[in-house]
Design a protein around this ligand. Structure first.
Ligand SMILES: Cc1cc2nc3c(=O)[nH]c(=O)nc-3n(C[C@H](O)[C@H](O)[C@H](O)COP(=O)(O)OP(=O)(O)OC[C@H]3O[C@@H](n4cnc5c(N)ncnc54)[C@H](O)[C@@H]3O)c2cc1C
Length: 399
């Protein structure tokens, strides 16, 4: 019997969940392609940057993960540069892979706006692991430098975070919380650390429940994080930032968390429908609107529920993967596909050590309880992948 040849591009939240679901059918021959050899848990970046976790804790090896299945999943570390939708081939600099069904799950990338002078040159994105690692090291070295300078000079360390969305807020809170503990733990005298969020909207966390916004705002203030609403960064220099109201702020380093855009692959693809923002256009089955055998899920597409955009999160990406896997199976069996009804199941915002705010299935939580819930969600997710990867590892050589 002919096998179903399925290619999944992207080993992120959406891609891995699709692989897991489709691998259950031994008739499916799945090839996962990712430009990196690891799955990167972006939802835990705030802990990585603040030295609560190291890079091993926020990554899962994709080779061993794929070997951990029953033999019908293969992984290739290759950067997809094109797709020929007519001959059904995925193209990388090394291979051309044929497919019967294709799942595009390549996520999105940080949008370094070209009209902000110096942004790309002097600001850090945190969506890619290597950038997050670089920033983490710089942050730690800067804290150390304050310690080293104690007793002689004590300059303040100025960190600017552009973007008051979920990632900007979580990172600001975690860095503030970590450094407060770090300095007080050792009774260091030189403590000046200024963390500033520059946010273009009227308040932080646009689109998130107002009660959570208020609680987050209060918590950030308690951690001495300065929030500058209704302002944009218009220019970044080596050691300063110019805001839209003309204010010039000193800057030791800057994180840009001010938005995302389609990545280089989606941007360069021809022959597939895209929406007005350049993301892949999908229908209610999460299928490309002009190729029945192609699905797009996760941050590389935009979906709606009751006319509203569903926020692109890891949770949304995983829900999309489940619908996509189901619909590919239904297509193979000549059954009707299911229409998605994906909604946000909840929001969990980590705001420093031992504190989070959350709204899950309509119920509010805050403080240590919410923080514990966030940790449980993260740990369960990581555990599931780790177990698969460990299984793959023992199959080959690891002890
Ligand atoms: C700092 C931060 C904090 C966040 N916090 C939360 C949170 O608390 N909760 C939440 O639900 N969401 C959170 N998010 C959002 C969440 O991480 C994303 O929505 C989620 O990662 C989307 O999953 P995805 O599978 O679509 O894409 P990704 O997880 O980005 O995966 C895409 C994959 O595709 C690969 N890829 C890309 N291009 C190519 C190519 N050309 N060839 C081969 N491979 C390619 C990449 O290497 C990557 O492995 C956060 C994001 C950030 C940046």
């Amino acid at each position: 019997m002919k096998k179903n040849n399925i290619i999944v591009i992207g080993g992120g939240y959406a891609g891995l969940r699709t692989v897991e679901k489709l691998a259950k059918n031994p008739q499916n021959e799945i090839t996962l392609l990712d430009k990196n050899p690891y799955h990167f848990m972006q939802t835990e970046v705030y802990d990585l940057i603040a030295n609560e976790e190291d890079f091993a804790q926020v990554t899962v090896d994709l080779f061993t993960y794929c070997i951990g299945f029953g033999g019908n999943v293969s992984f290739y570390k290759q950067d997809v540069c094109d797709i020929d939708f007519i001959s059904k081939k995925v193209i990388t600099p090394i291979n051309r892979f044929s497919y019967d069904y294709l799942v595009i799950a390549v996520g999105a990338r940080t949008r370094f706006m070209s009209n902000v002078i110096g942004l790309r040159e002097y600001a850090y994105g945190i969506k890619a692991l290597h950038r997050a690692m670089y920033f983490k090291q710089k942050f730690e070295m800067s804290l150390f430098k304050r310690v080293d300078d104690s007793g002689t000079s004590c300059h303040s360390l100025n960190i600017i975070i552009a973007g008051g969305g979920l990632s900007g807020v979580e990172i600001a809170a975690q860095m503030a919380s970590f450094s407060k503990e770090f300095y007080s733990h050792n009774n260091f005298i030189c403590r000046g650390l200024n963390i500033v969020i520059v946010n273009s909207g009227e308040h932080i966390l646009k689109g998130i429940d107002q009660k959570l916004v208020k609680k987050s705002d209060k918590r950030l203030k308690k951690l001495d994080v300065i929030i500058k609403n209704n302002r944009k960064v218009v220019e970044v220099k080596k050691d300063s930032v110019i805001l839209s109201d003309g204010e010039v702020m000193k800057m030791d380093f800057m994180i840009f968390a001010g938005g995302v855009e389609p990545n280089h692959l989606i941007h360069s693809l021809d022959g597939i429908d895209k929406n007005e923002n350049g993301y892949i256009q999908t229908n209610n089955y999460l299928q490309s609107t002009n190729h029945n055998e192609v699905f797009a899920i996760g941050d590389c597409t935009t979906i709606y529920n009751d006319g509203n955009v569903v926020a692109p999160t890891a949770d949304t990406a995983e829900q999309m993967a489940e619908v996509c896997a189901k619909n590919i199976s239904n297509l193979m069996d000549n059954k009707e596909m299911v229409v998605h009804n994906i909604k946000s199941r909840g929001v969990l915002i980590a705001l420093g050590r031992g504190y989070a705010v959350a709204k899950i299935f309509g119920i509010y939580f805050s403080g240590y309880l919410a923080f514990g819930m966030k940790k449980v969600v993260e740990r369960l997710y990581a555990k599931r992948l780790d177990m698969r990867s460990h299984k793959g590892c023992t199959k080959i050589f690891c002890k």
